[in-house]
Design a protein around this ligand. Structure first.
Ligand code: CP
Ligand code: NVA
Length: 300
């Protein structure tokens, strides 16, 4: 695997191999076994948006693997002043062994990969969030034993998270249902691809989507870059929430996932959040282990 640009580029086998390696790295870290597989390697981390989990888990991940990570804010880079991505890619390829980038346009990430000569890892774009979904799949497998056959229900905005959950869930044999307001559906092409498998539905009815779900997932109503729409979205997304009514129609042992940060009282109630805090923070922790597996696959 050279890059991680989007989950659509990976096969079920490749995803499973990442998850298996992530499980192994997690077990070994817990038992004090060190692996300096990336000794002497440097990862540049370009951030054009804020981050807590992605930044810290990639930095700690590189440290754990014996390498170094550089935090590169677009506010300080020439890319933020208009230096072309093509030039940035060719320059950084001479210094670094890999780049993790969080930005707006998916095309920018794809262009970095095309013009540079080092592995590129997508740390979130407006289109997708593959690293998060690898950690989500790892967490689902940890809690449910298997991924295949489970029903994953996503409630809320058809955004970057939804797009990656559809691809990751369907590729790994899950049934995926999405509930979102009309006009806020996930990517049309991805929905078409998912519908062809017979394991995907999209509706504006939350309870219908959540019925018999094994995993309930939600994300913020306004993503980074949509701050100006936040008030309008609060009205449109009313009811697109994981609450006790939704939990009641899901399976009795349904787990709850959220990429975080969460807005209690909006997409999830405080009560449901706290009742499922163990699963939610296992999910956040697994960002570290899943990304270490991605770093090893791409950079070793
Ligand atoms: N879930 C996630 O990507 O979190 P950060 O925005 O904090 O990195
Ligand atoms: N959809 C959210 C995910 C944050 C991890 C955003 O893009 O802001």
């Amino acid at each position: 695997m050279k890059h991680l640009l989007k989950l659509m580029d990976l096969s079920e086998k490749e995803i499973t191999e990442i998850l298996n390696l992530a499980d192994q790295l997690k077990y070994e870290k817990k038992n004090g076994i060190e692996h300096h597989i990336l000794k002497g390697k440097t990862l540049g981390m370009i951030f054009e948006k804020s981050s807590t989990r992605t930044r810290v888990s990639f930095e700690v991940g590189m440290y754990d693997l014996g390498g170094t990570a550089l935090f590169l804010s677009s506010r300080d880079l020439q890319i933020g002043r208009g230096e072309p991505v093509e030039d940035t890619a060719r320059v950084l390829s001479r210094y670094l062994d890999g780049i993790m980038i969080r930005t707006f346009e998916q095309a920018e990430v794809e262009k970095l990969a095309e013009c540079g000569s080092i592995p590129i890892i997508n740390g979130l774009t407006d289109y997708c969030h593959p690293c998060q979904v690898l950690a989500d799949l790892m967490t689902i497998r940890e809690h449910k034993g298997v991924i295949k056959g489970n029903k994953l229900c996503y409630i809320g905005d058809g955004n970057n998270m939804t797009n990656s959950l559809i691809v990751g869930g369907i590729k790994m044999g899950m049934t995926v249902s999405v509930a979102c307001p009309k006009g806020y559906e996930p990517d049309a092409e991805l929905m078409k691809w998912a519908e062809a498998t017979g394991r995907f539905t999209c509706t504006d009815n939350v309870l219908e989507a959540a019925k018999d779900a094994d995993v309930l997932y939600t994300d913020v109503w306004a993503s980074m870059g949509q701050e100006g729409e936040a008030e309008e979205r609060k009205k449109i997304f009313q009811g697109y929430q994981i609450n006790s009514e939704v939990m009641a129609v899901a399976k009795s042992d349904a787990m709850v996932q959220h990429c975080l940060p969460a807005h209690r009282g909006e997409e999830i109630t405080a009560e449901v959040f706290e009742a499922h805090a163990d699963e939610l923070f296992d999910e956040a922790e697994n960002r570290l282990h899943a990304q270490k597996a991605v770093l090893v696959k791409c950079m070793s």
